[in-house]
Write a protein that binds this ligand. Sequence first.
Ligand code: PEP
Ligand code: CO
Length: 451
Amino acid sequence: MTSSTWSPSSWRERSALQQPEWPDAAAAAAALERLQASPPLVFAGEARDLRENLAKAIDGRAFLLQAGDCVESFNELSTQRIREKLKIMLQMSAVLTYGATLPVVKLGRIAGQFTKPRSEPFERVGDEESPSFRGHMVHDDARTAEARVPDPRRMVEGYNQSAATLNLLRAFTKGGYADLTQVHLWNKDFVASSPEGRRYDILANEIERALAFMAACGIDLTAERRLHEVDVYTSHEGLLLDYEEGLTRRDSLTGDWYDCSAHLLWIGERTRQPDGAHVEFFSGVHNPIGVKIGPTATGAEVVELAERLNPLHVPGRLTFYARMGAEHVRELLPPLLRAIKEEGHPVLWASDPMHGNGIRTAEGVKTRRFDAIMDELEGFFTACWEVGVWPGGVHLEFTGENVTECLGGADDVLEEHLSTRYQTLLDPRLNARQSLDLAFRLAELMRQAPR
Ligand code: PEP
Ligand code: CO
């Protein structure tokens, strides 16, 4: 699928939106060289496995659960935080797998999610104005002009933190922690005593009984690898093209190019111009690719993106995340689904119910309502059923911590609670209880699907 004019640096001839201007060109070149000389973070074969799993999610044989932080922080690299995120991912995926009897493809928004596109070049807090925060791989988050000067050495630091994160994830997912016999242990202290936690415990009991039943039938559960380890893949927004170019390698088996910074990379709503630098770059690497599709997208645009990014119609190569906003999804999504269906493109349609539903409180705090998030999800399912397309996944911003950033949910976070544990660097995330609550409701929605 790579065109003859493509190379890892051919994006440089296109207009590249949302890129930092590194003040020191020599330092930027040195950082790129360091990345190019570093080992890949993921392997081409793993990216191909993910692609095959995503292909199953296109036609209703699997469901994609993609979730993690809005943006990871250089100041928050800890075993505990990574474990908490993995725990909630495993819990949600147990709920979905058991509730909807479908395999769940687990894809973290983790180990590389260090950059953010911004709608405004400057941000104001009180009387202070500073360049908008674009993620720790670009600059520091302190609200001063000095802190916001882009520093390309941060790309190397981001690479190192991604490597450490991924190393721990691999250990947790293959080393016994993700063993299905541990299904009760994933219920966390502050969740376990809540209604969702108790509902989860009942489900965990059922899973244990099912396992005991199989063992009693003579099935050797110890020999079944899939009960004892899981595959958790990684993803981030492929926004900072210097970094992505630096980690792009030719696969020795196939000779194809892969962006080895993560298994899946997505193109954001602000950088998906079909003739822009991001689409150019990702058209040439063979990873599974995602694209955010917002309310202004037209049928012709999404078809053009599918043509540019997946001309050979490889199933699992391309995922579109609809992020329309709860009020618009029922009306705006069906024409896009139809346009892609009519062209016969194998696209996995997933819902990002977060990014179209941001609001600000009277005090100016950025938040999202749990009810709006659920409403967009329901609208997404309705739109897909109407057109006869399988609603194949969700893309969420969550955290394993007990934060108060999104309003409502069974947890009933009220406006006056927002300030108690509002810890995100940027967008408000679902907390652990809200995430689990969402998983139960999602499983119910999936059970209603006309097969
Ligand atoms: C995001 O996923 O954090 C994001 C910025 O999304 P979008 O490109 O859809 O606005
Ligand atoms: Co976000």
